[in-house]
Design a protein around this ligand. Structure first.
Ligand SMILES: [Cu+2]
Length: 137
C-alpha cells in the first residue's frame, strides 16, 4: 500500500512539473566596447530584455579591461545575493572580475529575481558612463 502511495506521489509530481510554464532558455550577447580615440565606451546593446534562466554572454569586444557591476541601490538582500551568486569568479558582491582579453566571454545565468530593471556599469569605465541594464520580465 505504501508503495502505491509513493508511486502516486511520484506521478503527481511529474504531472505537476509538466504543468509548469516552459520557456526556452535564450542566450543574449552583450558586447563590451571601448575606443578611447572615438571617446566611445558602451555595452552593446545597452538594454537587454531577459527572463530568469536565460544566459547573458558579456563579450569583450575591445578596449579592456572591462567589468560588469550591478548597482546595489534599491536591491533587497535576497535579490542582491541572487545576482551575486550568478556572477562567476566574482571579485566582490554584485561584481564580475576584471575582464581583460579581447574575445573573452563572461557568462551569467539570469537568476530568479522579480521582474524589473537591473542597472549595471563597467567599473574601469565608470567615469565614461559605460552602463547598461537587464530588463527582467
Ligand atoms: Cu569598460
Amino acid at each position: 500500500m505504501w508503495g502505491m502511495t509513493k508511486l502516486l506521489g511520484t506521478l503527481m509530481l511529474l504531472v505537476g512539473l509538466g504543468a509548469m510554464p516552459t520557456s526556452a532558455q535564450s542566450t543574449h550577447v552583450v558586447r563590451l566596447i571601448a575606443n578611447a580615440a572615438k571617446d566611445d565606451y558602451r555595452f552593446e546593446p545597452a538594454s537587454v530584455a531577459v527572463q530568469p534562466n536565460d544566459i547573458v554572454v558579456f563579450q569583450i569586444a575591445s578596449g579592456g579591461p572591462h567589468s560588469v557591476v550591478f548597482e546595489s541601490a534599491g536591491l533587497a538582500a535576497g535579490v542582491r545575493s541572487a545576482i551575486t551568486s550568478a556572477l562567476p569568479r566574482r571579485s566582490s558582491d554584485l561584481s564580475s572580475p576584471l575582464l581583460t582579453a579581447e574575445g573573452t566571454d563572461y557568462r551569467m545565468v539570469v537568476p530568479r529575481i522579480p521582474a524589473g530593471r537591473y542597472a549595471f556599469y563597467c567599473l574601469p569605465h565608470r567615469a565614461y558612463d559605460m552602463r547598461g541594464q537587464l530588463v527582467v520580465r
